[in-house]
Write a protein that binds this ligand. Structure first.
Ligand SMILES: Nc1nc2c(ncn2[C@@H]2O[C@H](COP(=O)(O)OP(=O)(O)OP(=O)(O)O)[C@@H](O)[C@H]2O)c(=O)[nH]1
Ligand SMILES: [Mg+2]
Length: 224
């Protein structure tokens, strides 16, 4: 009985999350703010990717970054050095972001807008974030080469709920047994429409394709 009650409570929590996320999505459609939710395990290179991405878009787009972490302001501080506003959301232990956290942060930040692009860096975790829609237009899952090419099937929800798969730290491939083709194939089995890109924030490999993808996705939603 206790188990059934737990499942029902979980369903209610997810329903409330999705309800608020849909309202955020509608607001972002109105303000033409294209929202990207970036998830990966800890240290896969999410903040590094943003640090490499923002300078390439800064001239053209007004941007905001929401940083999710359990503790510390570190990632938001790294983003601010790029001259892009960033708000840190510290969950105090929760392993993912939820839409009420995004709602609070967005309400603090939106008057500094309008924003053309909003990046949400989720808490480093390849499991929990996949269950919580944040109202985003594009969900991106990142897997770094040192983590191993067998991970998509082991963490399927993150891949099923994403439209883009970034294989990061491609500059380390020479030293690892990571097969980008295998990882791509597994991700495609889980999500037949997922687009896979090999990127490196260090060498710059794949960055132009990534930037192009972001621009195309935004233009598809809102026009250029
Ligand atoms: N070789 C290499 N190292 C990278 C690359 N991207 C990130 N790193 C390194 O990986 C480590 C973690 O990078 P972060 O960008 O902080 O990773 P993160 O996913 O934001 O980490 P959390 O926010 O803690 O989950 C740092 O030491 C980076 O310098 C890359 O493309 N190549
Ligand atoms: Mg980070």
């Amino acid at each position: 009985m206790a188990e059934i009650r737990n499942i029902r409570v979980m369903e209610q929590i997810l329903k409330a999350n999705d309800y608020l996320a849909s309202a955020l999505n509608a607001e972002w459609d109105q303000t033409r703010t294209f929202v990207v939710n970036l998830m990966s395990s800890p240290g896969a290179g999410k903040t590094s990717l943003l640090e490499a991405t923002l300078p390439l878009l800064k001239e053209e787009y007004r941007m905001l970054v929401l940083e999710g972490d359990i503790e510390t302001e570190r990632d938001a501080e790294r983003i601010r050095t790029q001259g892009v506003p960033a708000l840190q959301i510290t969950t105090g232990g929760t392993c993912h972001l939820e839409s009420h956290m995004i709602d609070q942060a967005w309400k603090l930040a939106r008057d500094r807008g309008p924003f053309d692009l909003l990046f949400i860096e989720n808490v480093g975790n390849l499991v929990c974030p996949a269950s919580y829609f944040l109202g985003e237009h594009l969900t991106v899952v990142m897997l770094s080469t040192p983590e191993g090419d067998d991970k998509p099937m082991k963490y399927p929800k993150a891949f099923r709920s994403s439209q883009v798969f970034l294989i990061s730290k491609s500059d380390l491939l020479y030293a690892l047994d990571f097969s980008p083709e295998r990882a791509r194939r597994e991700a495609l089995q889980l999500q037949p429409k997922i687009e896979t890109l090999l990127v490196s924030s260090k060498s710059g490999e794949g960055m132009q394709r990534w930037i192009q993808l972001l621009k195309q996705q935004r233009a598809r939603r809102f026009g250029s």
